[in-house]
Design a protein around this ligand. Sequence first.
Ligand code: MEV
Length: 447
Amino acid sequence: MAFSMSHVMSSRTSRYPGFYRLPLEARARWVAEQAGLTLEEQMLLTNGGLTLEEADHMVENVIGRFALPFAVAVNFQVNGREVLVPMVIEEPSVVAALSHAARLARAGGGFLAGSEEPIMRGQIQVMDLSDLSVAARVIEEHTEAIRAVAEAATPSIVARGGGFRGLEVVPFPATPVGPMLVVHLLYDVRDAMGANAVNAVCEAVAPLIAGITGGRVVLRILSNLADRRRAWAEVRIPPEALATPDFPGDEVIRGILEAQALAEVDPYRAATHNKGIMNGIDAVALATGNDWRALEAGAHAYAARDGRYRPLTRWWRDESGVLGGRIELPLAVGIVGGATQAHPLARVALKILNVSSAGELAEIMAAVGLAQNLAALRALATEGIQRGHMALHARQIAMAAGAAGEEIDRIAERLVAERNIRLARARELLRELRGSITGEPREGAHG
Ligand code: MEV
């Protein structure tokens, strides 16, 4: 397979121990410095980015806007480059887990990633054919004519080096509505996600297909199973980096391999395994204005490509005891066109990522998917995921009770230790804590 790898060095860093402990403004400032965000771009982050008017132009029947947290996962190294990963997501723990896994990955040199050329498939369905193999031959003989019509429909993509890359003809002799032929147009969409371009190409080519075959064309639409546009990422992690106070690294690896084995044999587990992977990938897709439903469709169809639904990652232990992991999946994402440019915050997210091609974005997203899976398997194979969730939840409750600065962690730790993560208890603890410092109990200053 023809995978390429982006390799860019930069003086930026994504490593920031204790980033999560900073106040929100300090985090935003640091990211702005690292990414070189203008004041206007920083403002977009605080006001949600999209104006009502922009929202109204984006879809139909708009009556408002819906905000979600915009976070940044730290510690990522992809192909030797430091990467800050913008994520838009409502689920707690995902960003923390991802940053943690990316830190573990640094022990093995970070992530190596690559991607195929950005080739999408468009499908044209042809009915009412008396002989499928004759029609298939006629279509193949007209490949150059089809190329000319297709490329005339997308001059800007052709100008950027994309365009027609070939066709495949797939016969379905027996369907509930009779025999049909499906023509797959393979189209290089460069830095776009490509749905619009491919749909336009399919619609432009359809009359020619109908004319040369004498058939009747029905559907003309891209396929979301973008299996010619895959990205992959790999990671190596030494056992020492995986050890926890309660579990030696070797045992953690054994647990990860056992979790992997379950996902291999059991679609019920594979679905959850892959859901965790998509937690990370979808959050980056949302932040960058990409179509996460298309990614979901492609990922799950790819996971079931040999007839059984399987995990999108693989984990193994090499001869030296090091944990190895790999992900490979279709990633039809763009950095031009659609919401990637129409949503002001998507442009900010792309600037934070500092990517120069759709392939590079796909490579980072593959690394994110692999990291998210590592974080989940590591937690599941050791303490379980509830403890991490509880710790985060406890911090939120401590803040809601009015704790600030170092008080937050101290109170959160007590709440977790007491297994009593409630606002009333957090308030009590805060009163105690402040009382023990000032001798004077007082109600939370910010709560
Ligand atoms: C939760 O959103 C995702 C996990 O269930 C993934 C997994 O089980 O691998 C933790």
